[in-house]
Design a protein around this ligand. Structure first.
Ligand code: ADP
Ligand code: 5GP
Length: 205
């Protein structure tokens, strides 16, 4: 099985979660969503262990000390991190691991696991549209919203670090693009057990 890590980054509000939800509806059996730890407070609809592990600052610092994280970063005043153990376990079981992480975290993960990572940057067609979506989502205070928009401009400067770019304008088209990337990478020869495939082919099983 061709297991790899699919990193999804992009400004908050661009539509990453919406697109990932669709991907999971179609490919659930093959995917593993890495639930991050964060020191941010849960939003109204968010559940511990499903959207994030919501932990205290002290717990987060303790996890850093214990090398619990594959990567971690401070984003919009809060800490976020990806479990190394969970990621490795999912990769070993042949899953495609989905990481919804920021640019700083992506750079760290890429240094550690370069040949396992495929990366996609998802954004809106312009800043105005991002603002509209954040307002519509209605999960941030005005100060948080401004912080997220400011951060988005910085993140846009890092586009060149990514393998693929999706401008999430029309949702169905963006989903087709995301799906195409996943399907193509699953078919790559690198990462597949070619000896086994050849053996099976020769035996005619
Ligand atoms: P992210 O996970 O990147 O922070 P979300 O998936 O929460 O973003 O999307 C932010 C808001 O934008 C949500 O209200 C979502 O319904 C909406 N949205 C997502 N994709 C589109 C799209 N292509 N066109 C219009 N609205 C969208
Ligand atoms: P939100 O607070 O909107 O859920 O997420 C804010 C930002 O943190 C998003 O850009 C998201 O991709 C990023 N993020 C979520 N989990 C992680 C993680 O484990 N590591 C890093 N580096 N960023 C994360």
């Amino acid at each position: 099985m061709n297991s790899f890590i699919l990193v999804i980054s992009g400004p908050s509000g661009a539509g990453k979660s919406t697109l990932l939800k669709k991907l999971f509806e179609e490919f659930e059996a093959e995917l593993y969503f890495s639930v991050s730890s964060t020191t941010r407070l849960p939003r109204e609809n968010e559940k511990h262990g499903i959207h994030y592990y919501f932990i205290s600052n002290d717990e987060f610092q303790e996890d850093i000390k214990n090398n619990y994280f594959l990567e971690w970063a401070k984003v919009h005043e809060n800490f976020y991190g990806t479990s190394l153990k969970h990621t490795e376990k999912a990769l070993n079981s042949g899953k495609i691991v989905i990481l919804d992480i920021d640019v700083q975290g992506y750079k760290i993960a890429k240094k550690k696991l370069q040949d396992k990572i495929v990366s996609i940057f998802i954004t809106t067609k312009n800043k105005e549209e991002l603002k509209k979506r954040l307002i519509k989502r209605n999960t941030d205070t005005i100060t948080q919203l401004e912080k997220r928009l400011e951060n988005a401009s910085d993140e846009m400067k890092e586009l060149c670090e990514y393998d693929y770019l999706i401008i999430n304008d029309e949702l169905e088209r963006s989903y087709e693009a995301l799906r195409a990337i996943l399907v193509a990478h699953r078919l790559k020869t690198k990462g597949q057990d070619l000896d086994q495939i050849q053996n099976i082919w020769n035996k005619g099983e």
